[in-house]
Design a protein around this ligand. Structure first.
Ligand SMILES: [Zn+2]
Length: 333
């Protein structure tokens, strides 16, 4: 199923359901109320009762929720908390969420040309598609990794390369700047590099100017490093709305959320991460994980071996969703 979320309410609903997805969330941070979420996730115009606490509690409902006009309550930390567990370099930014990174990366502050993304008529009009894979008939699944790169990402790339598996990496712009060689390797080995904002900001909490800067600065840097401008955006925390959709559309990017979430940022146990992913896997799934965590990286040899044994073809997001359109939001095939 192709999930599209055009209405403001539907986008807000998706965001609320998915807010628990990123690594910084829900560990020691205070939790927001439903009202706070509704305020932060803009333009919830149509209140409605269904309450989704977390994506992995309601995968079936979620896959059918794209057009639902529901409000929601979920966990939303204050914006000051967002970057607490990020990896990468610090640096000036217009975003209020900018903060020092605990892992102490120290290199590669990006230049900021501030150029706009190139608009595309269809995101997936590309010439690098895997000609041998047809996900309309094959049992495809897309593995996605957020928040990197970090030095350990290379270990995960080794695991993927050994098995001939392609994945999608939604990188944080300043982490990409700190590890350009890893981005180069990703592209050289057939993976897709997507945009996860410059500083892992909650995009819905930014001004229009800040929002555009978070997205376009990151695309600029990715293109500068790899020669390839990203066509997929994953808003941090799954927090999106009409303004984010508009910027994504202008930049020629589809918004990619997920429908399988092992909550690897929280469990930090390779065995449990493996079990959760394999149990929840289904044809057409988009699986969320975070390559910044060693326990996640350690899980993936077994995850991939099990999925391959079950007959899955593991593909990049653009290969899974061959009809992506800029600005649209997708949870799965
Ligand atoms: Zn993230």
């Amino acid at each position: 199923m192709t999930v599209r979320a055009r209405s403001k309410a539907a986008v807000a609903a998706l965001a609320g359901v998915l807010l628990a997805g990123c690594s910084a969330l829900g560990q020691s941070q205070p939790t927001g109320t439903g009202a706070e979420v509704a305020e932060a996730v803009e333009a919830v115009e149509e209140p409605a009762p269904p309450v989704y606490e977390a994506i992995d509690l309601v995968p079936e409902e979620l896959r059918g929720a794209a057009r639902a006009t529901v409000a929601q309550t979920s966990v939303l930390p204050t914006i000051q908390d967002f970057s607490a567990s990020l990896v990468g370099v610090g640096g000036p930014s217009a975003a209020p969420a900018e903060a020092a990174d605990p892992d102490g990366g120290d290199g590669g502050e990006a230049t900021d040309e501030g150029s706009q993304g190139t608009r595309a008529t269809r995101v997936s009009d590309r010439d690098d598609a895997d000609e041998g894979t047809d996900c309309s008939v094959e049992k495809c699944l897309a593995l996605t990794f957020d928040d990197g790169p970090t030095a350990g990402t290379e270990d995960l790339l080794d695991v993927l390369a050994k098995r001939g598996v392609k994945a999608t990496f939604f990188v944080v712009g300043k982490n990409a700047s700190a590890h350009p060689e890893i981005l180069e390797r990703m592209v050289a080995e057939g993976h897709t590099v997507g945009n996860h904002s410059w500083s892992h900001a909650n995009l819905t909490g930014l001004t229009d100017k800040q929002l555009a800067r978070e997205i376009n600065r990151t695309s600029d840097r990715i293109e500068q490093i790899t020669g390839v401008r990203p066509t997929v955006l994953r808003p941090p925390y799954g927090s999106t709305g009409p303004r984010v959709a508009a910027v994504a559309e202008d930049a020629g990017m589809a918004q990619i959320l997920w429908d399988v979430d092992p909550r690897d940022w929280k469990v930090r146990d390779a065995h449990k991460v493996t079990k959760r992913i394999v149990q929840k896997a289904h044809p057409g799934a988009i699986v969320l994980s975070h390559d910044i965590h060693e326990t996640t990286r350690d899980a993936y040899a077994k995850v991939i071996d099990k999925l391959l044994a079950q007959g899955y073809t593991l593909v990049t997001v653009p290969d899974l969703l061959d009809d992506m359109e800029p600005g649209e939001t997708y949870l799965s095939q």
